[in-house]
Design a protein around this ligand. Sequence first.
Ligand SMILES: Cc1ncc(COP(=O)(O)O)c(C=O)c1O
Length: 383
Amino acid sequence: MKLPPSARFSTVCIHAGQVPDPSTGAIVTPIFQTSTYVQEELGKHKGFEYARTQNPTRSALEANIAAIEGGTAAFAFASGMAAIDAISTLLQSGGHVVVTDNTYGGTFRLFDKVLTRYGLEFSYVDTSRTDLVERAMRPNTRMLFIETPTNPVMRLTDIKATADIARRHGARLVVDNTFASPVVQRPIALGADIVIHSTTKYLNGHSDSVGGVAIVTRDEDVQWLRFIQNAAGAILSPLDSWLVLRGTKTLAVRMAQHNANGQALAEFLAGHPKVSQVLYPGLPTHPQHDLAKRQMNGFGGMLSFDVGTFEAARHVCNGIRLMSLAESLGGVETLICHPASMTHASVPPETRHAIGLTDSLVRISVGIEDAADLIDDLQQALA
Ligand SMILES: Cc1ncc(COP(=O)(O)O)c(C=O)c1O
């Protein structure tokens, strides 16, 4: 098997980074569950010395994801947060970072409670407004860290425009692409320097692994991430690397179904009398629908909707039968959650309300079941 340079996206997902195992011909990269590698003689080995530093299963996954996102190299970590922590070490004390104000709570916690102790400064900005991003830039701004769409209010940031601002100010643009997936959004093609994923979500896609990956483009970042992955050691395990590698093979087909089901549920909810608002970039009522059409390929499997009162939201969350009430997202099975009391419970109410995260908002990670079954389930839960 040889991947032609002209290979298209779904072919890249299945084959990039993988060759049949040279010792057996196994078509699937094995799980190299080993801590060390025997050396033939002093100073002579096969490129593998110790498994924190190099593991063939992890290397195959990293090459696969680098190709999928169109980066120079990728580095796999024990969780999405470990990947974000690793790229934060590109910063030095005295540096300033502009961050999407409605960023994932774990990212905010790392920045606000840990990294500020090391002389880093963070400004939280509504990055959907490029004028506010421009205004937040300072001479010591070294990084722009954005999420688009945001969780759970589905606000978008213009990646290309933000990349231009970053470049003009000599800062790196980092995009957390977890919510969209590389099928729906290609930040590096739009000018991003670094892409982050919690592989726990769409890349693995089967709700059975926790992991993270950083995809980088600059040679100096490749060198540093390779160094820090070994120096700090928050590596992804061989089994988890194998699970994610299996997940990416079906990424393109899974995302096509997530996109189709997301659109179908959004349209159903938009027409339901008990739903006052649906937040989904694929609806013409979304305030940034034009930007979504420009920068997304399909609109993803995440949506939120407002049912007017907390009591009504509770009624829906407790009333679903096929869907499961759970945090997380991106798996083949549909999950429903109440962000105000679950994923965003630690966000102060006034901050939640300022970004439109009401107590009556319900979020769905739309899976790949038959959309008609999901609609039936919502229909009865809303009744
Ligand atoms: C957008 C986003 N980024 C990062 C993370 C952190 O990933 P992990 O839970 O794998 O550490 C999450 C987790 O929910 C997330 O939703």
